[in-house]
Design a binder for this molecule. Structure first.
Ligand code: HEC
Ligand code: HEC
Length: 304
């Protein structure tokens, strides 16, 4: 009997040892893949300080969805807190001050937003900068102008411990987990775009409709499941909107009201912020959407 327990001990100990070596190997792999530092060139610009820019920045952080992840007051959000095999993780506290990003320079903001790289040179995990590299000088400037005026929050942001293999797996196997490494060509991202000119209505509408893409798909023909919101998004090409008039489009964007009398939940689409765009801006988005080829739901890129 004693012998039996001795052997059982040896076998269990051996298995535990193998598991620990495996875990250590995976940790080293994760660390060298995801946590290496990157030295890139960051194009900077002057950040405005006038109230009109700050006010517009406040609208933009909802439209481009910073608040969806970083929280309504941008003080951060804990997404995962599972001590065993996972660890802690969540979008950072973006308020200035001790608990947030005290001492952030203009260059630090631009590096984080456009390149998805933190002040320490590491790829920011799940920070979707691949959608933000196209923000033009005006919008990028207004967003940063607003971030700088946020009141410092009392609470620390999420602890971001990334301490377990489940989280490493999730991040390494999902391109959106490491946009700075898997999705952005930093050499190609040097210039911060200007324009387009509002008089070029199609180009202007295309630019203004960029944030819609992150939910309605690159071809605007809908997405079967929005990961964070757990719902599909509808087709807003002429195929999906059918015989909608511009008035109906405006009612959907400004009041969240659909032609059939139902409402779009604010939690699914930030229409209260989008609705604060000017008449001219919303008109440009409408004209652009109407100019798109009507893509049938079953042909939508995200459904392939
Ligand atoms: C899909 C969710 C998501 C969205 C949308 C998002 N972020 Fe993030 N962001 C994150 C996560 C997660 C982190 C933390 C990453 C890390 O620590 O590795 C982060 C980190 C950051 C950081 C670095 C903070 C630090 O501690 O140095 C900045 C700055 C930032 N985000 C700004 C923004 C801004 C501005 C927007 C909107 C333009 C935005 N984020 C939109 C998820 C998001
Ligand atoms: C955060 C994700 C998100 C963003 C960003 C977003 N939408 Fe939506 N949108 C949705 C979802 C989800 C619905 C469906 C809501 C529902 O089920 O009622 C929707 C519905 C719509 C509808 C109604 C379509 C229909 O057939 O009922 C229109 C029009 C629309 N969006 C236009 C836009 C435009 C234009 C933009 C960009 C300026 C935009 N959306 C940005 C998620 C989003």
């Amino acid at each position: 009997m004693k012998k039996f327990f001795k052997w059982l001990g040896i076998i269990l100990g051996g298995l535990l040892g193998i598991a620990l070596i495996g875990l250590l190997g995976y940790y080293i792999y994760w660390y060298t893949q995801a946590r290496r530092t990157m030295d890139i060139e960051v194009q900077t610009m002057e950040i405005p300080t006038d109230q009109a820019s700050i006010d517009r920045g406040k609208i933009l952080v909802d439209i481009v969805r910073c608040t969806e992840c970083h929280g309504k007051d941008l003080s951060g959000m804990l997404w995962a807190n599972i001590p065993v095999l996972t660890g802690t993780f969540g979008p950072a506290n973006l308020t200035p001050g001790e608990n947030g990003i005290a001492g952030y320079t203009d260059e630090d903001y631009i590096r984080a937003i456009r390149h998805g790289i933190g002040r320490d040179g590491r790829a920011l995990i799940y920070m979707p900068s691949n959608y933000y590299v196209d923000l033009n000088q005006e919008d990028l400037g207004d967003i940063i102008a607003y971030l700088k005026t946020l009141p410092a929050s009392e609470e620390p942001g999420p602890p971001n411990g990334y301490s377990g293999p489940y989280l490493w797996d999730f991040v390494l196997n999902n391109p959106q987990g490491l946009p700075a490494i898997k999705m952005i060509d930093h050499e190609a991202v040097s210039e911060i775009p200007v324009g387009p000119d509002p008089s070029d209505i199609l180009a202007y509408g295309e630019y203004l409709a960029l944030p819609c893409r992150s939910c309605h798909g690159d071809d605007f023909a809908g997405v079967p499941l929005l990961e964070r919101l757990r719902v599909p998004s509808p087709n807003i090409t002429p195929y999906g909107l059918g015989d909608w008039t511009e008035e109906e489009f405006l009612a959907a964007i400004r009041e969240g009201e659909l032609p059939d009398g139902t409402y779009i939940p604010q939690s699914l689409m930030p229409w209260m912020a989008i609705g604060q765009l000017t008449d001219g801006e919303l008109h440009a988005i409408w004209v652009y959407l109407q100019s798109l080829p009507p893509v049938a739901d079953e042909d939508a890129a995200a459904y392939q």
